[in-house]
Structure formats: structure tokens, C-alpha cells
Design a binder for this molecule. Structure first.
Ligand SMILES: Nc1ncnc2c1ncn2[C@@H]1O[C@H](COP(=O)(O)OP(=O)(O)O)[C@@H](O)[C@H]1O
Ligand SMILES: [Mg+2]
Length: 353
């Protein structure tokens, strides 16, 4: 069993506190993704789990054991970095078996472990090559193979696909998901890319400035973001946020431009300050009856669908996602509506209401 429990973890470099009171439970066998902007503390949290950082306070438990003071090699983890860091003068087989050789594993057992990992990663025919004779994707697979041979309970990945081009990244994403299904190990995966997080994770941890904003399944984060940060971080194009002014309560709010919109909510404890609506939940209606009126500023056609930027209320803009077959053209006046039950309301502190 390789569940991970993090309790009240603090990490500071001098006066700079980069992780603030982190509490997190990762379930055995789960694929969990840490996502957030650059500098928010993802790598530091991962490296703390690995034992590569001395934490300032708190505890880390892996598989029911307190590993807070334990050396990385004693934690039952293996880490895969963005840079593959393969030994250029060693073959793929030697690279993959290197840690086992260091650990004193005999050659037969080593070969067996490497052959098995190579089969899983489809590297068997490349075992005698040097890293320079491999593509970027193959090199990254060797780096993953190096982790697999150790049969760790926990895999830690730090942006392992960032150096690959877009096509290969999508392919490797799928391969890693399959690998997880096959190995059933606990996997902790760091990325700044919310699409990667959404497509790969059983659960996502959204980090922001050293604090966990929300933990949940991709569907939970998308449907019920806890606050404005998560709401605008998850989803692309990002959720539109409209500032509410004038009299607003749950039943009806005052939109920019002064029209009223009926949210049909009777359960709000406080006055909503902002309304969020995802681009895919924008509808087009008769300008006379619409919640907002706007003018089409830009249509970006992607083929399957188009992103439409609309100006409303003078300078402000909203983005809508429409089918690629839509006939909207630049300059056109339209009525902007919201799909029922798709409106998100946020309070003064940005929290979801
Ligand atoms: N060795 C270090 N000394 C001082 N500050 C550091 C050190 N390592 C990381 N930091 C700071 O800690 C914060 C989090 O870094 P990091 O965990 O690498 O972010 P992420 O992986 O989310 O991009 C950043 O502000 C970074 O500048
Ligand atoms: Mg990082």
C-alpha cells in the first residue's frame, strides 16, 4: 500500500514561505496531478514527498510510515524529471538498469527487470542503442523505464512531457495513463498545463502561491470550482467573469449595462459580486430580450468550433465557444444569453456562492 499523507507541511527558504500549511491525502493507486502557475510550489511539494527537500514543519507519511526524516532511497518512490538526464555513454539497457546495479542487484535479475519494463514501454528493440540514437519521446520513455525497474510504490513526475512537441505530448499522455492502469501504482504528477491535469488525473490538486485552492476530480473542479481562481484556471478559453453592480441577490443580479438576470437561487448567504459563465455556456438570442448585448469583435475558427470575442458594455469583452458551423461575423450586434444552470456566482472574497 502506498497512500501518501501530508500533514501541516510548511517549506520556507529563509523568510520566503513557499508552501503554507499543506494538508493532503493521496489514495493508494491514485493518479493525482498538482497543477498551478509557475512558481506556485508544485515542484517543491513533489520534492518534499521525494525527500529531496528538508521541510520546515509538518509530516509526510507514505504507506502508513512516517518518512519525514527518511532518505529518498528509503521512501519507496521513484522520480521522473522534465530533463531525462540519461547517461549518454550507456546503452538504454544500462541506463534502465543503473539504479539496480547501484543497489547491488545481480545481472540476471537486472536484465529481467529491464526486459519487463522495456516490454511495457515498447523499448525492447532499442535496448542496445545509446540515448543519442533515440527520439525525444523514446528518451523520455527510457527515463520512465528507469523508474519502473525499481518497482516503486509511488511514482513522482515533474513536468515529464514539457520538452516534447505537441503531438508527442498527447501520445505520451495516453501512454502514461495506460501505464498507470497497468502498474496500479500511486502516481503524483506535476504540470502547469490544466489540459494535462484534466485529461490525466483521477484527482487534481490546484496550487496557488503555496496554498491548496481545491482538491477534486476533473469533473468536480469544472462544474463546481471553489473560488474564482480555480474557476478561471480550469477550462480553456477561461471562464468569463462579469462584475455585478447595483442590486444583486440570488434571485436576480444586475449585469454590466444594467439589465437584470434571474439566477433563480434562493440559497445565498451573501450578496454575489461576480458572475462567471464558461464560453461554452454562452448562447445567442434576440438582443431585445438578452441578458447582455454585444458586438462581435473577433471570430477565431478552429474548425470543429470557433472562439468568438464579443464586446459588451463598451470596452469589456466576453468569449463564447460556438460550433464551427456558426455564421457569426465580425461587427455584428448580438444578444448574449447564458445556458440555464450554468451560471457561477462569487462573493466579495472570490469564494463560490
Ligand atoms: N532553493 C531555493 N531557494 C529559494 N527559493 C526557492 C528555491 N527553490 C524554489 N524556490 C522558490 O519557491 C517557489 C516555488 O518554486 P517551485 O516549487 O519550483 O515552483 P513550481 O514548480 O510550481 O514552478 C518559487 O517562488 C521559487 O522561486
Ligand atoms: Mg516546477
Amino acid at each position: 500500500m502506498a497512500e501518501i499523507r501530508i500533514e501541516k507541511l510548511v517549506k520556507a527558504y529563509g523568510d520566503l514561505v513557499v508552501l503554507k500549511d499543506i494538508d493532503l491525502e493521496i489514495i493508494d493507486g491514485e493518479f493525482i496531478v498538482f497543477v498551478g502557475r509557475s512558481g506556485c510550489g508544485k515542484s517543491t511539494l513533489l520534492r518534499s514527498i521525494a525527500g529531496l527537500e528538508n521541510i520546515s514543519a509538518g509530516e509526510i507519511w507514505i504507506g502508513g510510515k512516517d518518512v519525514t526524516q527518511l532518505a529518498p532511497s528509503k521512501r519507496g518512490i521513484a522520480m521522473v524529471f522534465q530533463s531525462y538526464a540519461l547517461y549518454p555513454h550507456l546503452t538504454v539497457r544500462e541506463n534502465m538498469g543503473f539504479s539496480l546495479r547501484l543497489a547491488g542487484t545481480d545481472k540476471d535479475a537486472r536484465d529481467k527487470a529491464v526486459d519487463k519494463a522495456a516490454r511495457i514501454l515498447q523499448l525492447t528493440e532499442y535496448l542496445d542503442r545509446k540515448p543519442s540514437q533515440l527520439s525525444g519521446g523514446q528518451r523520455q520513455r527510457v527515463a520512465i523505464g528507469r523508474a519502473i525497474v525499481r518497482e516503486p510504490g509511488v511514482f513522482l513526475f515533474d513536468e515529464p512531457l514539457s520538452n516534447l512537441d505537441a503531438d508527442l505530448r498527447v501520445q505520451m499522455r495516453a501512454e502514461l495513463i495506460q501505464l498507470h492502469d497497468q502498474l496500479k501504482a500511486t502516481m503524483v504528477y506535476v504540470t502547469h498545463d490544466q489540459v494535462e491535469a484534466m485529461t490525466m488525473a483521477d484527482r487534481i490538486v490546484v496550487l496557488n502561491g503555496g496554498v491548496i485552492e481545491q482538491v477534486g476530480t476533473p469533473a468536480e473542479l469544472y462544474a463546481a470550482p471553489k473560488n474564482e481562481f480555480v474557476a478561471t484556471f480550469i477550462g480553456s478559453p477561461r471562464m468569463n467573469i462579469l462584475e455585478l453592480a447595483g442590486k444583486s441577490d440570488g434571485a436576480s443580479v444586475t449585469l454590466p449595462g444594467g439589465r437584470r438576470y434571474d439566477c433563480g437561487r434562493s440559497d445565498l448567504g451573501e450578496m454575489p459580486c461576480k458572475l462567471g459563465i464558461r464560453p461554452e455556456n454562452i448562447t445567442f438570442t434576440d438582443p431585445e430580450k438578452a441578458a447582455l448585448t454585444g458586438r462581435v469583435k473577433l471570430v477565431e475558427a478552429l474548425g470543429s468550433d470557433s472562439f468568438v470575442t464579443l464586446s459588451h458594455d463598451g470596452e469589456k469583452s466576453v468569449t463564447a465557444r460556438v460550433p464551427g458551423t456558426s455564421r457569426l461575423t465580425s461587427g455584428e450586434m448580438v444578444g448574449i444569453g447564458f445556458e440555464p444552470n450554468c451560471v457561477h456566482l462569487f462573493g466579495a472574497a472570490g469564494q463560490r456562492l
